[in-house]
Design a protein around this ligand. Structure first.
Ligand code: ASP
Length: 322
């Protein structure tokens, strides 16, 4: 038995009377639109009906509880459907928190159900096939999109409109659906599990990007409004020299994680030595994010702070992604 949990998104959107498409369909509707799914024993749960930009940490906590409960009740796997805009964040949250090894697969669609060439039905069918496949066990949360299987730890939405909007930059997919059968050729490696702490809805972590000519204006007072900061530095974790003083001060009062806006690759830790380089910033207390992009680093930092992690735990957790 596979459970399909829906959260909204384009895959579930129908034309609205005021123009554009808006979430309207639930999990049962999505399943009913794919005749091939009658081959599977499915349970459906319509949990939210939202555009994915409006999902929040309370929604993720409830989703996590549903996934755990369904797996504990005997589901072989769980498929989550949601909007693609923040799909990588939901998938990474589940990857970090779901205890079981059973497959959890997240998918969505770039074209609404009523549009020509709608991709939702094929993605949903592929996700169910993947969730039902023993080969998907123990790989953490997976993303199935356009016949590609991606690890939640690596995947990003990299296109605003293409049906092939998901990539794992620098790594590629773990495998493919070939004639509808999952063929997994690589694995993402061992997975750390993190508890969901009691402060999940209280913690606030912001992402601040760096750019040419940036003077750090956005960073003043961040520590009075946020619990943690992810800095999306340029290159391998660099900032303009004039931003260093405010960053150094912030790193003394709040956790500051150093990620990169580059889009692929790992943070460096011991290459450049100029003011504002990764060596300089790490020496001033910033925590390098390893291979995590700024948005995944935000999810991990949020989870850790919600569980009351101290600096040492934060460093160790991020080191696990380097
Ligand atoms: N705006 C939509 C959402 O994220 C896009 C999608 O589903 O693809 O809900």
């Amino acid at each position: 038995m596979i459970t399909v949990v829906s959260l909204g998104g384009t895959i579930a959107m129908t034309p609205s009377s005021t123009g554009g498409v808006t979430p309207g369909l639930g999990a049962a509707d999505l399943v009913a639109a794919v005749p091939e799914l009658t081959d599977f024993e499915l349970t459906v749960r319509s949990l939210r009906s939202l555009p994915s930009a409006s999902l929040g940490f309370a929604d993720l906590a409830e989703l996590h509880a549903v996934v755990e409960a369904e797996l504990a009740a005997g589901a072989e796997g769980v498929v989550v459907t949601q909007g693609t805009d923040t799909l990588e964040e939901t998938a990474f949250f589940l990857d970090l928190t779901v205890r079981a090894d059973a497959p959890v697969v997240v998918t969505g669609a770039m074209r609404p159900p009523a549009s020509p060439g709608a991709d939702g039905p094929a993605n949903l069918l592929g996700a169910v096939r993947l969730a039902a496949s023993p080969s998907a066990r123990g790989l953490g949360t997976l993303v199935l999109f356009s016949d590609e299987v991606h690890a939640a730890r690596l995947v990003r939405k990299t296109h605003t409109a293409s049906t092939g909007a998901f990539e794992s930059p620098g790594f590629g997919p773990l495998g493919l659906l070939v004639e509808q059968e999952p063929r997994l050729l690589t694995t993402p490696g061992p997975r750390a599990r993190f508890p969901i702490g009691s402060r999940l809805e209280d913690v606030r972590v912001c992402v601040v990007p760096m750019a040419l000519g940036e003077d750090g204006e956005l960073l003043y007072g961040v520590d009075s409004r946020f619990s943690g900061l992810v800095l999306a530095g340029v290159g391998a974790g660099h900032v303009p020299e004039q931003v260093v003083p405010v960053l150094a001060e912030l790193a003394g009062t709040m956790p500051v994680v150093l990620a990169s806006r580059a889009g692929a690759g790992s943070m460096l830790t011991r290459t450049y030595g100029y003011p504002g380089s990764e060596r300089d910033l790490i020496a001033r207390g910033l925590i390098p994010s390893g291979f995590l992009d700024p948005y995944k680093a935000r999810i991990l930092l949020h989870l850790l702070l919600a569980d009351g992690a101290d600096r040492e735990r934060l460093r160790a957790a991020f080191a696990g992604f380097s």
